[in-house]
Design a protein. Structure first.
Length: 334
């Protein structure tokens, strides 16, 4: 089954995809193709990036080219497919292949250093993380607007990687350990929940309803964008709501996510993020399945406790689409 079943978005996201070697970068560019290993990090990236989103390759602290995702596919038995990348080797026997693939359409050609001010949002994340250590980084709409004018228009057609007859699968997630089988069924982890919440809030209706529920109904959801992890000196914000086009202000709303229960320590951590963001942070949100008494007592008017619920059964094997489409967010009433 092909995974090009995600709805088109009026505001596509922009990601920089990390590439491990120059040889792999050349292969990605030659075939206009991105591939991710068949583990949890690869599946996470595959779920994060949707049809219609934009990507650039990140290698050697430089951004390479601009592409739009035309299709996504998770290949069954990738060891029998043309690589084009060498499998990752661990020890003498273990090899990891690249079943998760993004088929890309070249938009612009460039090779630019991240030290350019246009890449400040991503470069700051990299510096504060102390290196790549992630398969991808999400940039904001301001960055996408800037790179859309870099370099030259792509005119040369990419090579086509011919694949033999094959089948594809829909990646699924579960809280039942006995059901997991890499790469087709993986653990339901915090980053998958974060991605599901981000996808849920890319819907303007969903975001507007949540803003109203936390007392920000006067804010127009169309003026905001929802981004993945943001690095701060105090730590890493799981999700960040920020103004799409800041004009005189740059309001930011950090969102901390917990798959199960939230504690008073989580509230304290979120308070630290708010302090670092200073006057540009009117409220923050702590999203969890449940909240202990100490967490509720530690919260205040500017920290909104939000309970998430899923109609799908995580003890079975729901797909990512089933997870984010069944998600609901409801603020806790004290």
């Amino acid at each position: 089954m092909l995974n090009g079943d995600l709805p088109p978005k009026s505001h596509p996201s922009y990601f920089l995809v990390s590439v491990s070697t120059r040889k792999n970068l050349d292969l990605c560019i030659r075939y206009a193709l991105a591939g991710f290993p068949g583990g949890e990090s690869g599946a996470w990236t595959f779920c994060e990036i949707a049809d219609g989103d934009f990507v650039s390759f990140l290698y050697g602290a430089r951004a390479h080219n601009l592409y739009q995702v035309s299709n996504r596919e998770a290949l069954r038995d990738p060891e029998h497919m043309p690589p084009p990348w060498e499998p990752l080797k661990f020890g003498k026997d273990k090899k990891v292949y690249f079943p998760f693939r993004l088929y890309l359409r070249a938009i612009r050609v460039f090779d630019e250093p991240l030290v350019r001010p246009e890449f400040a949002y991503v470069a700051e994340n990299l510096l504060r993380r102390g290196g790549y250590s992630k398969t991808h980084f999400q940039a904001d709409q301001t960055t996408l607007q800037s790179v859309s004018g870099m370099g030259i228009v792509a005119e040369k057609a990419s090579a086509i990687l011919q694949l033999p007859q094959h089948s594809a699968f829909t990646v699924r997630f579960s809280r039942t350990k006995s059901l997991t089988r890499t790469p087709e069924v993986l653990r339901f982890t915090e980053v998958i929940l974060q991605s599901a919440i981000r996808r849920h809030l890319t819907s303007q209706d969903n975001l507007q309803a949540l803003l109203a529920d936390i007392g920000l109904g006067e804010v127009d959801a169309r003026t905001l964008e929802i981004l993945g992890e943001k690095a701060l000196a105090e730590g890493h914000i799981d999700l960040l709501l920020k103004e799409r086009v800041p004009l005189g202000s740059a309001v930011k709303i950090p969102i901390e996510v917990k798959t199960k229960g939230a504690t008073a320590k989580d509230v304290e951590q979120l308070s630290g993020y708010m302090a670092e963001l200073q006057g540009e942070c009117p409220v923050a949100m702590l999203v969890a399945q449940d909240f202990g008494k100490k967490a509720i007592a530690a919260s205040h008017d500017r920290i909104k406790l939000v309970r998430y619920e899923l109609k799908t059964d995580l003890m079975r094997e729901p797909s990512f689409k089933e997870i984010y489409e069944s998600l609901s967010l409801k603020p806790l009433v004290k």
